[in-house]
Design a protein around this ligand. Structure first.
Ligand SMILES: *Cc1c(COP(=O)(O)O)cnc(C)c1O
Length: 396
């Protein structure tokens, strides 16, 4: 059996997206900035895609900037808020401890440039507390950036409530919604979102394509200088094949969202209850307030890398943290942020299943994980110390 259970890292492109991409490559190859008919046809396709995408999050087309993906969108959003903030003497930014590195590393850079950063705790359930957010807001706060859904443990933040608090205090609110767009309903107006990042390859679109929503009234600052594309806010000839494919993928994802989420959350809960039978294990993040396809467990006494390699031999593709950190020795900053100690965080497994996951595949996953964990524990010195009583179990 071959099961791809790493959809939080990236997804397979949908047929509709591949068709839109090849259609563009064959037929709409003009440069949208060119004045002749072939160029203007490409421009039409570009603006059609912008309208379709804007509609999905209840934005206006002119509020959408096409980018190379989630990382670029996050960088541009933070730079925009930082430059605007600095011009008003506001140099304080609030975020959370378990953001994606595209946010955290950018915040580090801003900190070195004189900004003050407050990282809110995400607590054991992987969700920030609204009273702590409100208490952290100061006179000089220029930005709150909190992700909509976490890429490792799938927990979903109270975005509408965060938006309302930011609006009340007049603070710009950005959300990294890369894991949410195409998977959760989003309404930037109703939710008071000022800026939002998205990436096509997390909803069955192509890699290297994404967008940033910037509310009217905020002027985006350029990361890339050059031509006048994207209203002068992101230079470079537009990636029209990617953009058309992203639009097709998003349309399909939104149309199937409710049905897919019902199905995936049923399988998710089934996986959670099956894996919970493994002794000295624990689910990471809130059991219900999480993405429909996300399951993340820690197993005491073993290493996540070992689990991954043995699952791969059985045809299951999974992850031990975020793709960026696996291979590194440090345990996931997300698991540390929810209070898992190093040893426990090391033995973690993320399964992010797709829309087409079946009950039979879930059974195969549960059996495989149970066997793999038992096997690894059978020769783990840490596990031996735990069972001999030389070390105390953390997970019951
Ligand atoms: C994948 C991901 C990103 C990065 O997106 P890219 O398109 O790969 O640059 C940023 N934030 C989150 C939450 C993600 O899951």
């Amino acid at each position: 059996m071959q099961i791809y259970a790493d959809n939080a890292a990236t997804t397979k492109m949908s047929d509709a997206a591949i068709e839109a991409m090849t259609d563009c490559m064959r037929n709409w190859y003009g440069n949208p900035s060119s004045l002749y008919t072939i160029g203007q046809k490409a421009k039409e396709k570009l603006e059609e895609a912008r309208e379709e995408i804007a509609k999905v999050i209840n934005a206006e087309p002119r509020e959408i900037i096409f980018t190379s993906g989630g990382s670029e969108s996050d960088n541009q959003a933070l730079l925009t808020a930082a430059i605007d903030g600095k011009s008003k003497g506001k140099k304080h930014i609030i975020s959370s401890a378990f953001e994606h590195h595209a946010i955290l590393h950018t915040l580090n850079k801003l900190e070195k440039n004189g900004f003050e950063i407050t990282l809110l705790p995400v607590h054991e359930n992987g969700i920030i507390r609204l009273d702590e957010l409100e208490a952290a807001i100061r006179e000089d706060t220029c930005l709150v950036t909190i992700m909509t859904a976490n890429n490792e443990i799938g927990t979903i933040q109270p975005i509408s409530e965060i938006g309302a608090i930011c609006k009340k205090h007049g603070v710009v609110f950005h959300t990294d919604a890369v894991q949410a767009v195409g998977h959760l309903p989003i309404d930037v107006k109703a939710q008071n979102i000022d800026m939002l990042s998205a990436s096509a390859h997390k909803f069955h679109g192509p890699k290297g394509t994404g967008f940033l929503y910037v509310r009217k009234g905020i002027i985006p600052k350029n990361l890339i200088e050059g031509g006048a594309q994207e209203r002068g806010k992101r230079a470079g000839t537009e990636n029209l094949p990617g953009i058309m494919a992203m639009s097709a993928a998003l349309k399909e994802a939104v149309a199937g969202m409710e049905h897919n989420n019902d199905h995936m959350s049923e399988i998710r809960d089934y996986l959670i209850s099956g894996l919970s039978e493994i002794p000295h294990s624990a689910l990471n993040g809130d059991a219900k307030q999480r993405l429909a396809g996300n399951v993340n467990f820690s197993f005491e006494g073993i290493e996540g890398e070992g689990i991954l390699l043995l699952l791969d031999q059985r045809g299951i593709s999974a992850s031990s943290g975020s793709a960026c950190t696996s291979g590194a020795l440090d345990p996931s900053h997300v698991l540390l942020a929810i209070g898992r100690i190093h040893d426990v965080a090391h033995g973690s497994l993320r399964l992010s299943v797709g829309e087409d996951i079946t009950k039979k595949e879930a059974d195969y996953i549960i059996t495989s994980v149970k066997e793999v964990v038992a096997h690894l524990r059978s020769f783990s010195p840490v596990w031996r110390d735990l069972t001999d009583g030389k070390k105390e179990f953390i997970l019951q």
